[in-house]
Write a protein that binds this ligand. Structure first.
Ligand code: 13P
Ligand code: SF4
Length: 392
């Protein structure tokens, strides 16, 4: 990918309303609105001992999942760590565990609830750990877009595909309309399958993963992709644009990965000759084009494990993971692609006090912060998730 000149630029000046975190401004969105009250103080020196004791007391009754972007203080208590695909698989792999404590964000816990047994309870230690990308696609907006595609007579050609980073409502919509969920580790396989079912894909909610996969991995042109802006009438697109498009991309993005720029890539190449630039596919198209490698968090971890001693790597993904990788590979030079980009603030809401509170509540016989997806939505979303798990 290095050396290819990009012709794509982000359209400017489109207002994208972001919701206030944890304020209940959109109770229908995937983001939680309540926070627990009686947390231990973050300065409590006994937090590690308290978490260890509570987890031991619960034994096999509890299974703790940790996404790679979680803080070190939390990840040390995870029974399994992974990207969103691996964690979705793992959630279903322990049907005997009474409680699944999900150290990640709200949409991941929803997927875990859908994929686990009815008797199991999935717990998110802080209900305000949402995802700004998932919040960018609200069911009503997506249904409005779909009705417009129906009016245009193109809906039968379209397969809806949603990134795992979306609410259960959106996954349900996709399942009802014979589509599939994908993650950053199987997006190409999901698109290959979708283009066997229809001639167009409606990709939600991450425009960058959709565009990067279609153009860089499947041979589509940038002109085959159009950007549907839910804040504009008819998505801001003409009928002709929608009729001609192969990929209709929802205007959503990750607020963390979207901040890496082409300048970060140029700057690190000048500063560190021979550096390998390795980025997540949620990054902007021009950043991914300028990188040497692109892949999900699991891919990034494997690439660094396989890298020779002495090699230099600038990694464009969430900072908790990059810091951990730098510590795990002292024989390699592992650096963050852009020093102005910070942690995912919602992933970081799950901290040790929230984990201790959660585990101690369970020991005391109370079950806090249970994430439950209603049966109808869960049924429809499971169709799209199962389709993903069955991808060749
Ligand atoms: P993956 O876990 O699929 O790499 O996605 C990254 C991410 O942004 C999770 O919120
Ligand atoms: Fe959402 Fe991006 Fe944070 Fe992942 S890293 S939870 S996509 S905001």
């Amino acid at each position: 990918m290095a050396g290819v000149t990009s012709t794509w630029t982000e359209p400017s000046n489109t207002p994208l309303t972001l919701l206030l975190l944890g304020k209940g401004t959109d109770p229908a969105s995937e983001r939680g609105v309540d926070c627990p009250g009686d947390l231990p103080a973050p300065s409590d020196p006994d937090l590690v001992a308290r978490a260890t004791a509570a987890k031991a007391a619960l034994g096999d009754r509890v299974f703790v999942l940790g996404h790679h972007y979680q803080r070190d203080e939390v990840i040390q208590f995870a029974d399994v760590t992974g990207d969103s695909f691996k964690l979705a698989q793992q959630a279903a792999a322990r049907p005997d565990a009474e409680f699944i404590v999900f150290c990640g964000v709200h949409f991941m816990a929803e997927s875990a609830d859908i994929l686990t047994q009815p008797s199991q309870r999935v717990i998110l230690p802080d209900l305000a750990a949402g995802c700004s990308m998932a919040d960018m696609a609200v069911l009503g907006q997506v249904e409005t877009a779909w009705e417009h595609f129906q009016d245009l007579g193109i809906v039968d050609q379209i397969v809806p595909v949603t990134y795992m980073n979306s609410s259960a409502d959106i996954k349900g919509f996709v399942g009802r309309n014979s589509g599939v969920v994908c993650t950053s580790s199987n997006a190409k396989r999901a698109l290959d399958w979708s283009f066997e079912q229809g001639s167009k894909v409606f990709f939600l909610p991450d425009q960058h993963l959709g565009r990067n996969t279609a153009v860089l991995e499947m041979g589509f042109e940038l002109d085959d992709c159009v950007l549907y802006d839910p804040h504009k009438p008819n998505g801001g697109l003409t009928d002709e644009q929608l009729i001609n498009a192969r990929m209709i991309l929802w205007r959503g993005h990750c607020s963390v990965h979207g901040r890496f720029t082409i300048d970060s890539v140029r700057e690190v190449r000048e500063r560190v000759p021979g550096v390998n630039v390795l980025v997540h596919p949620e990054c902007r198209h021009e950043v991914v084009r300028a990188a040497d490698q692109v892949g999900s968090t699991e891919y990034i971890i494997r690439a660094l494990d396989a890298a020779p001693a002495g090699s230099a790597w600038a990694v464009g993904t969430e900072l908790n993971l990059v810091r951990r990788l730098a510590l795990a590979h002292p024989d390699k030079q592992v650096m963050f692609l852009d020093r102005t980009v910070c942690y995912c603030s919602t992933m970081n809401r799950i901290d040790l006090p929230h984990l201790v509170w959660t585990l101690e509540e369970l020991v005391a016989g109370r079950v806090p912060n249970v994430i439950t997806v209603d049966e109808k939505t869960a049924h429809d979303a499971r169709i799209a998730l199962d389709q993903m798990l069955a991808l060749p």
